[in-house]
Design a protein around this ligand. Structure first.
Ligand SMILES: NC(=O)c1ccc[n+]([C@@H]2O[C@H](COP(=O)([O-])OP(=O)(O)OC[C@H]3O[C@@H](n4cnc5c(N)ncnc54)[C@H](OP(=O)(O)O)[C@@H]3O)[C@@H](O)[C@H]2O)c1
Length: 337
């Protein structure tokens, strides 16, 4: 099939965020204008499945750095079928190719996706199965390897291990031969144990740091995405000088770290991670992540994802549940339902 030069005109279903009032304000619109023509370097993609991420929640509240201003079509991660390519797309993939990528307005039937960041959906995988590749898995891999410098036999603490990024991190850390200690709300412990982790702790227990130290004697790498509620414990259990704390989220709010802390209380290596910033600032490191993910897929370490897929109109509920911390694993929206 040839690339269509002009996207079919018309309207589409979309979830629009009109305010910074949070997921409750997300509104299903039946006649939102479709992306008319792809800008330079963009594909128009017919969305098959859109990934729901904690960043979507933050965007609805205006707390995501550089996030969109309302009103905007929500969502940014999707997999779907290319229907048109803009000027300047280098070696465009043919129309009909299924790709996974990120762009603005993923919670809709059609979206614009910058061509530079897309990957083909692996052969035989559905769109929904590919969600997480460029976000959850790339983030977890970046945190463990180039930043966390995890080595076989080392101890890794994975906070929020039952979540979208958390479950990817558990699978990767097992593959790399790490000893894993995880945290998750008690209702989710079985999900984490099912991934082969023996020690799963409730992050709200008062003696979290003491218990982790008692069990491990000190942690080499921490994947810290919870922030305020767990940051102090994460620092306390990290081995002085050699230990690495990779910070990539703050689901419970921001934590504060002072120079005094770093020198006298917690002399550890603290590294910040934003996957978009990494891709932009260090394309070769990012390409290394993608290459490794493709190897992991080829070897069956990374199997097709099984997100819980909801109709588009249920997006506000799904985001509310993500915000409340009661979801497990990856969630997705199907704009055709
Ligand atoms: N920097 C990056 O490039 C990047 C990329 C992707 C994701 N992230 C971050 O990684 C984290 C995980 O993202 P995700 O999309 O996979 O979400 P998720 O893990 O599915 O959801 C966040 C989890 O955080 C835990 N949590 C602890 N305190 C919470 C609170 N006060 N409110 C809500 N949740 C709380 C909950 O797990 P428990 O109930 O088990 O405690 C919750 O399920 C998020 O912080 C996200 O912002 C960062």
């Amino acid at each position: 099939m040839d690339i269509e030069n002009v996207t079919p005109a018309g309207t589409m279903r979309a979830l629009v965020q009109p305010s910074y009032g949070g997921p409750n304000d997300l509104t299903l619109v039946a006649d939102h204008p479709r992306p008319v023509s792809p800008g330079p370097g963009d594909y128009v993609v017919r969305v098959g499945a859109a990934g729901v991420n904690f960043a979507d929640v933050m965007q609805t509240r205006g707390t995501y750095g550089g996030g969109p201003r309302p009103p905007y079509v929500a969502g940014f991660e999707a997999a779907g079928e290319i229907v048109a390519a803009g000027a300047g797309v280098d070696g465009p993939l043919p129309a009909g190719t299924h790709v996974i990528g990120a762009g603005s307005g993923a919670f809709a039937e059609y979206m614009l996706m910058p061509a530079a960041g897309v990957l083909p959906v692996p052969p035989g995988w559905s769109d929904a199965a590919a969600l997480g590749m460029v976000l959850n898995w790339a983030t977890a891999l970046a945190a463990l390897r180039p930043l966390g410098e995890l080595k076989e036999g080392e101890v890794v603490l994975i906070q929020a291990a039952a979540g979208g990024v958390g479950q990817a991190a558990v699978r990767l850390a097992r593959h790399y031969g790490a000893q894993i200690i995880a945290t998750a709300s008690p209702a989710k412990h079985d999900d984490v144990r099912a991934l082969g982790v023996d020690v799963v702790l409730d992050p709200s227990r008062g003696d979290l740091a003491e218990e982790i130290l008692r069990r491990t004697g000190g942690v080499d790498v921490v994947l810290e995405s919870v922030g305020k509620a767990t940051f102090e414990a994460s620092l306390s259990v990290t081995k002085p000088i050699t230990g690495r704390v990779v910070v990539f989220g703050a689901a419970s709010g921001d934590a504060v770290l002072t120079t005094h802390d770093l020198i006298f209380t917690h002399p550890v290596q603290v590294k910040g991670l934003h996957i978009g910033a990494l891709a932009k600032a260090s394309p070769s490191v990012y390409q290394g992540l993608i290459d490794e993910i493709e190897r992991l897929i080829a070897r069956g370490v990374y199997a097709p994802g099984t997100p819980q897929v909801h109709p588009l109109g249920e997006g506000p509920r799904v985001l509310r549940e993500l915000e409340a911390g009661v979801t497990r694993g990856k969630h997705a929206l199907d704009p055709r339902r």
